[in-house]
Write a protein of this length. Structure first.
Length: 86
């Protein structure tokens, strides 16, 4: 597999991971014990730490991409393994 293909797969997995991790670790103003801004939604996060969120997404994407490439190299799970009609 070419390194450009691995980079493209990593980018796609990174975007998926960033969206997947959005609801985890977010605390609302009520949970923190801080007063809300007038007109603010009840579910709005108190503080969103974008660099930390992107770091978590990058680490998860790195792990998932490494598993994908290892499976590609060693053939642990193939298309024939996923054929449910045989």
């Amino acid at each position: 597999m070419k390194w450009t293909s691995v980079l493209a797969i990593y980018f796609l997995v990174f975007c998926f991971s960033a969206f997947l991790l959005l609801p985890f670790g977010v605390r609302t103003h009520e949970e923190v014990g801080v007063e809300r801004v007038p007109g603010q939604a009840d579910s709005a996060p108190h503080k969103f730490d974008l660099p930390r969120h992107l770091l978590k997404a990058a680490l998860l994407a790195c792990l998932l991409t490494a598993l994908y490439v290892a499976n590609y190299q060693f053939g642990w799970i193939t298309v024939d393994d996923l054929d449910f009609y045989n």
